[in-house]
Ligand binder design. Structure first.
Ligand code: GCU
Length: 360
């Protein structure tokens, strides 16, 4: 038995390839029904339910900078409205399109600041990519607001399975995608979702539930992101239950802080929903709070679903990655950057290299 397999056995994980009635999933058709089971399990026990009502999305262009970045790009500020029969919400996003590409591949980027790509738009532009950047707090505020801001008011709330803020940030990214596809200014087959840390958690949800994203990239997403909870060091569910993050997931999820062994899923369930599309997970060596080893193992375990499709998930040597390791051959890309918790230019560069290599 290999070393990573041994590590995984120690974690006593719930099995992705065992359905509720205990049947073993061995082919794509049984996986497709298992996938639906996993989606509803995660909506009930983890992130909360996405809006189940009909809605429409409408983008209104409010500002155009024709010569942004010294004339290399056009930047549009778009006010995005989302309307149902009962509710309305809106938030702005900024779309940066390189002038020298007709329909560039794009990143939908969940940003920590209102600046495009948190200030490094020009480097992404020079690599031939466009960016739709949204300041996450414009979707819903990141504080204990009883879901009174932004998308929080879009659905009614309960203590069990109504959506948490991570799901709102993810769903907001999906509505930006609706608008991008309508605008026909980007390559519809090459739209990635990217986020860091809490927004890496949101990027994973967005990519897991919305199959229009060709690549899902989560940087240092840690607890509630790519990292397995079982056997995890650093942040635990109990920490996420702190007031700063108590509204990030649904009410049912936080109950598992008392007994993790009762939790009917672990984070490899979330990653598996992305198969057979492309996934990129990145960690930082000294990011002990997120726990790089548990992020990596989750990629290894979920690779089983890519295998069902005849694809390779993560392709790596049979041991934990060392700082500087970068595995980009498979449908799951992974790297471990030396250093601490941060979305570095080096991370962006590696993710762009992966996109170039696989044409996603
Ligand atoms: C806190 C939180 C993490 C989160 C991080 C971030 O450290 O505990 O879960 O990922 O903030 O978003 O920066």
């Amino acid at each position: 038995m290999g070393l990573l397999e041994e590590e995984l056995i120690k974690r006593s994980l719930p099995q992705i390839l065992k359905s509720k009635n205990n049947g073993t999933v061995q082919d794509i058709s049984s996986w497709i029904s298992r996938r639906e089971e996993i989606k509803s399990l995660l909506c009930s026990e983890f992130c909360g339910r996405f809006p189940g009502i009909a809605y429409k999305t409408e983008g209104r262009q409010v500002l155009v900078e024709e010569d942004a970045y010294g004339g290399k790009a056009v930047v549009k500020t778009i006010s995005l409205g989302i309307q149902s029969d009962y509710s309305y919400a809106s938030f702005p996003y900024r779309l940066m399109l390189p002038k020298n590409e007709k329909r560039p591949p794009l990143f939908i980027y969940l940003a920590f600041t209102p600046e495009i790509a948190d200030g490094i738009g020009e480097e992404i532009l020079d690599a031939g990519y466009g960016v739709a950047s949204v300041y996450y707090q414009d979707i819903t505020a990141d504080c204990y607001d009883e879901h009174q801001s932004g998308l929080g008011r879009f659905c009614t709330r309960n203590r069990f399975d109504s959506w948490g803020k991570v799901a709102m940030w993810a769903w907001g990214a999906g509505r930006i995608l609706d608008d991008i596809l309508k605008r026909e200014e980007a390559d519809a087959d090459r739209i990635a979702i990217l986020g860091h840390s809490r927004l890496g958690k949101a990027a994973l949800l967005a990519g897991a539930f919305d199959e229009r994203f060709s690549l899902t990239a989560a940087n240092e997403s840690g607890a509630g992101g790519a990292a397995l909870f079982r056997g995890k060091t650093g942040e635990q569910i109990e920490n996420l239950y702190g007031m700063g993050s108590r509204l990030w997931f649904d009410g049912n999820f936080y109950n598992y802080r008392k007994d993790l062994s009762r939790m009917p899923f672990d984070q490899h369930f979330l990653l598996s929903l992305i198969a057979p599309r492309h996934l990129y997970v990145s960690s930082a060596e000294r990011d002990d709070w997120a726990d790089p080893g548990s992020e990596f193992l989750s990629c290894v375990e979920s690779s089983k679903v890519w295998n069902l499709y005849g694809e390779e998930g993560v392709i790596s040597p049979d041991h934990f990655p060392e700082a500087g390791a970068c595995y980009q051959e498979g449908r799951i890309g992974y790297h471990l950057r030396p250093g601490t918790h941060y979305l570095s230019r080096d991370d962006w560069r590696q993710i762009i290299a992966y996109r170039n290599r696989h044409g996603v």
